[in-house]
Ligand binder design. Structure first.
Ligand code: ADP
Ligand code: ADP
Length: 226
């Protein structure tokens, strides 16, 4: 199956904002896909619906063949989400945050600790494992969110503006990490409003504007057009 298959997706928020006006979008397994668009285009809404944080309107969403409407739990197991806002308990310790996350997904405790060491080391956070989240810099918090999202080894990693407000050095190392994860077989979808970021990382790209997907193509053909 496709990693992601969206058909006719709409969303109208209470209050009447039509955030999505009928989106069709497919992402192949193993792809590195960018959803690009200006502020307010509907990127976060799309991601929120895929990760079932936002109720959808019309249309269907399938993740690795699991329809959110009738196989939500199976779909959720496939997804790791890195939201834009830090949403962990700032008073918890780094190691606890990632291990607890694994617990929510039923990962056995011993395995959770092994994975925690693996991902926290790769993301340069292992030394910080006993620090409380609030003591971390913004860049470290972002890396913590990525480690946390990977703890149940999702097949699809979704990141909402992962490098917004991140300095260039950290941005580069995050890119390297994401490329590595993608090379290991994890499908990645990220939203960004930097074309440069999409260009550096992504194989395929969707451009969303005012709730409509205006382009869905390979990065190569998009660049050839510009
Ligand atoms: P993007 O992520 O591309 O910046 P969003 O998906 O956040 O876009 O927003 C799409 C549209 O939906 C915008 O007009 C935004 O103001 C509106 N919107 C987003 N979230 C909500 C909400 N919770 N309630 C009402 N309107 C919302
Ligand atoms: P670093 O020291 O690693 O560069 P900073 O603390 O300067 O990190 O923050 C990096 C980015 O993260 C900044 O753009 C900042 O606005 C953002 N940021 C920091 N703390 C928070 C927070 N609690 N919630 C959302 N964004 C944050």
């Amino acid at each position: 199956p496709l990693a992601l298959e969206i058909k006719g997706l709409t969303k109208t928020y209470a209050g009447g904002v039509q955030a999505l006006k009928g989106i069709d979008l497919s992402v192949e397994q193993g792809d590195f896909y960018a959803l690009l668009g200006p502020n307010g285009a509907g990127k976060s809404t799309t991601i929120g619906i895929i990760s079932s944080l936002v109720h959808r309107g019309e249309g269907s969403v399938k993740v690795f063949g699991h329809d959110l409407a009738d196989e939500l739990e199976l779909a959720k197991q496939c997804i790791g989400l890195v939201p834009q806002e830090f949403n962990f308990n700032q008073f918890e310790k780094v190691l606890q945050i990632v291990v607890n996350q694994a617990g929510y997904y039923g990962v056995p405790r011993k395995l959770a600790y092994e994975r925690a060491e693996h991902y926290l080391s790769q993301l340069d956070l292992w030394e910080k494992r006993d620090s409380r989240a609030r003591e971390l810099s913004g860049g470290m918090k972002r890396r913590l969110m990525i480690a946390r999202a990977l703890m149940h080894q999702p097949k699809l990693l979704i990141l909402d503006e992962p490098t917004a407000g991140v300095d260039i050095e950290l941005r580069r190392s995050m890119w390297d990490f994401l490329r590595k994860i993608n090379g290991e077989g994890v499908t990645i979808i990220l939203t960004t409003h930097y074309l440069e970021e999409a260009e550096m990382l992504c194989r395929n790209i969707g451009i969303i504007d005012k709730g409509t997907l205006v382009e869905n193509t390979s990065m190569k053909s998009l660049l050839a057009k510009l």
